[in-house]
Design a protein around this ligand. Sequence first.
Ligand code: DAK
Length: 258
Amino acid sequence: MAYENIRLETEDAIAILTIDRPKALNALNSKTLQELESAFNSLPATARALIITGGGDKAFVAGADISEMASISAAQAREFAALGHRAFATLEQLPIPTIAAVNGFALGGGCELALACDLIYASEKAKLGLPEVSLGVIPGFGGTQRLTRVVGKMRAKELVFTGERLDAAKAKEIGLVLDVLPADQLLAHCKAVAGKILKNGPLAVSQAKRVIEFGADQDLRAANELERQGFAVLFGSEDQKEGMKAFLEKRAAGFTGK
Ligand code: DAK
């Protein structure tokens, strides 16, 4: 499918999705959110990891599109929020690992997009925050909830109440990003992380993502039950046989994802 505001490329088994509206600092208007939802639903079957980044040299995504939101009604706001929630939930539930390469401003909806990814890495130029209250609204694409789960309730309240923009070092200090890289090394780093993941059994990685993601919102007993089931199910796979056989034969495993 041809997209207007995003680009989707595949390098080896890594899909790289670039949000590409640099004149609006890659702000998320409805069209871009629709394209994202469509792309998440139709990634190439060969893609085993997804990296999301921003086009141009200033922004990952500077937020939901304020010019589009400025004059919408409450009913339209509900639709807009539903579209964003749907797109980000689709991203969060992809069976492959997802990595946000935050190459610049990740504000509001941009920070929320990164938070819907499994891993977040940032360039030294990145600035992250949820400044919605400065516009008289609150985060509308899951930011209040996902941020709280990542950095804890009190930090999340501090960030959302103040609307403060964090530089990359501070974002790392509070656990909002994993690592900070020089701008020209960010994408290569994300590809290298994806490359390490790709060496492992794809069904196992997918199952690990599923149990961590669904387990995180459950009590420990229920979450451990999820893990037990996920563990057992993998013993019906060819990858489990191959992974353990390869270990015993002292060779690298050739996983097929079956
Ligand atoms: N939306 C639309 N256009 C944006 C934009 C945005 N979020 N951010 C930047 N732009 C546009 C600017 O208007 C400007 O356009 P022109 O004037 O050239 O036409 C162009 O991008 C370049 O921006 P600047 O000239 O401002 O560039 P600077 O380097 O001076 O500043 C900046 C960069 C990122 C600090 C600044 O642009 C800025 O503060 N941008 C807004 C950041 C922000 O507040 N983001 C959060 C947006 S609110 C909800 C659903 C969703 C949400 C809430 C509720 N419901 C449905 C309930 C989510 C809300 C948000 O994300």
